[in-house]
Design a protein around this ligand. Structure first.
Ligand code: AMP
Ligand code: MG
Length: 502
């Protein structure tokens, strides 16, 4: 029997925050994916298990010793409307382990059957969307963006009903924690200040231990979560990631990206881009993500208020509102600073010169890409070639190649100003720096679909494995992976829709 070194603080310290529950039995489990590197990082030893035993463990049929499966309670604003009770409707937290770096990590199932929080749902997940979470999550990780990660995917051997019947799967997900904005909303909505206080102290101990026990910890905790989200949003925006369903139950306290549903990467640059089939109003469009993060943080701020002032102390309550408002109002500046840091790196700039001028330089570049419908990822990557001395690959991305010249001249002048007399000697190191932050490979929508269709429809996992191998090295321009770097045909992108997979 597999044994993981579980140490389950959530179960132990937060009774009343979850329902103990068991996964459904999978009729014919088959291991489709195991993340060996992550397994090693967690010290689980799962990679050493015979495949049928691993399939039994990661389907939920034979839980590892020490697992205490629970369905966590949470609420959430979905597309702006509040649901006081969501919770793990198809997920279970098995427990926590300490990884090789001493960090506590959750190990959880997704698609493991109905729970007390399932409402109308079947509690199940399909192979395609779970392998999609593998691909996008591992790509994000390789891009250096904080994210939950997929440890394993097992096909259950049963069919799940969606728009048709699809093979079912259980995903094993690893997270710094599964605490969400919605977890706080659940207890705040019930007026359960006692549990809210416990939750806050638990979250602080886990994610902001320096604040533990301090007098102003709730405000400082809010600010800390907001800082993490500001950094995360800047990273998403600088790599062209669109989450697709930024409900408050899908926003973590840890600052990791979570819940890969209808997410996709932008191709031709346009901030209004929406791929999700359910996002009719474009609430979660690419360009709306930073303001939505702020909106979600305002919902978290509201849950902190009862912790910052006694119920009958009006003066303290007014002070608390003013204090959390200050944090929420500071968010755009924190985001802008993180964004500019990332943009300077992408532009190959090291000197902190005029913020407004560098922001304008980046904005004008993006406006140019939008105006000429140029692929976001390739444009940045070809700008690295321009830094190395050859601007023609960049020009070739534009239908009218000379269109980029005036902007290029401006950027080159900014680089020259930074380099001073070292001009020629600075070119190669700048190009190398830029190539380390401007990916050549992102998960292209058509390649993701191709790999998932092969796996889901024909049981052929080879395309997925090849794509995954490529996505693990996003900054290396390896010609053997060229087909993964090509943008999708424009017609495909125009009609491309992603689904939640629920
Ligand atoms: P999402 O926004 O997709 O992360 O999910 C929103 C809520 O719906 C969460 O409470 C999920 O647990 C729940 N949910 C999603 N899919 C299912 C399903 N197939 N069965 C039961 N609950 C589900
Ligand atoms: Mg969710």
């Amino acid at each position: 029997m597999a044994r993981f070194a579980f140490d389950n603080t959530y179960v132990r310290e937060l009774p009343g925050f979850y329902a103990p529950w068991q996964p459904a039995i999978a009729p014919a489990p088959q291991l489709l994916y195991l993340n060996d590197a992550l397994d090693a990082e967690l010290g689980l030893g799962a990679a050493a298990l015979p495949p049928d035993e691993a399939a039994a463990v990661f389907s939920g049929n034979a839980l590892p010793a020490g697992a205490e499966p629970i369905a966590q309670a949470y609420a959430g604003h979905q597309f702006g409307g509040f649901s006081p009770q969501l919770g793990d409707g198809r997920a279970l937290l098995l427990g926590e382990v300490i990884d090789a770096r001493g960090q506590r990590r959750d190990i959880a199932f997704k698609g493991s059957g109905r729970t007390p929080f399932s409402r109308g749902g079947d509690g199940k997940a399909a192979v395609g969307p779970m392998l999609r979470e593998v691909l996008i999550g591992e790509a994000m990780h390789a891009l250096g963006i904080p994210t939950t990660r997929a440890l394993a995917v097992v096909a259950t051997g049963e069919l799940v009903r969606r728009e048709g019947a699809f093979p079912g799967a259980v995903l094993t997900r690893v997270a710094a924690s599964h605490l969400r904005v919605g977890t706080f909303q659940y207890f705040a909505a019930r007026g359960d200040t006692e549990r809210l206080a416990l939750l806050a102290d638990y979250a602080i101990a886990r994610h902001d231990p320096a604040l533990a026990g301090t007098a102003g910890r709730h405000l400082a905790f809010l600010a800390s979560v907001a800082h993490r989200q500001a950094t995360l949003m800047a990273q998403w925006m600088n790599v062209g990631f669109i989450h697709g369903v930024m409900n408050t139950d899908n926003m973590t306290i840890s600052g990791e990206t979570i819940d890969y549903g209808p997410c996709a990467f932008i191709e031709a640059y346009d901030p209004a881009t929406v791929f999700s089939s359910i996002d009719h109003g474009g609430r979660y469009a690419y360009g709306n993500q930073p303001p939505i993060a702020r909106w979600n943080l305002a919902r978290l701020a509201e849950t902190m208020l009862p912790l910052m002032a006694a119920p009958d102390d009006e003066a303290a309550a007014a002070r608390a509102v003013a204090q959390v408002t200050e944090v929420i109002d500071a968010f755009p500046a924190w985001y802008a600073a993180a964004l500019l840091r990332g943009r300077r790196a992408k532009l190959g700039l090291q000197s902190i010169a005029d913020d407004a001028a560098d922001t304008a330089l980046a904005e004008d570049w993006l406006a140019l890409l939008q105006q000429h419908a140029v692929d976001f990822t390739l444009a940045w990557r070809r700008l690295c070639d321009a830094a190395a001395g050859d601007a023609n690959p960049l020009r070739a991305l534009f239908a009218e190649p000379s269109a980029v010249n005036p902007w290029l001249a401006r950027w080159q002048a900014r680089c020259a100003q930074e380099d001073g007399p070292d001009g020629p000697a600075a070119a190669a190191p700048r190009a190398a720096r830029m190539r380390a932050v401007n990916p050549w490979l992102i998960p292209r929508n058509h390649r993701v679909e191709e790999a998932l269709a092969a796996a889901s429809e024909h049981g052929d996992l080879a395309p997925l494995r090849q794509l995954l191998a490529a996505l693990r090295r996003p900054f290396d321009e390896d010609v053997s992976f060229s087909r993964y770097a090509e943008p999708a045909p424009a017609a495909l992108t125009a009609g491309y829709q992603t689904f939640c997979g629920t």
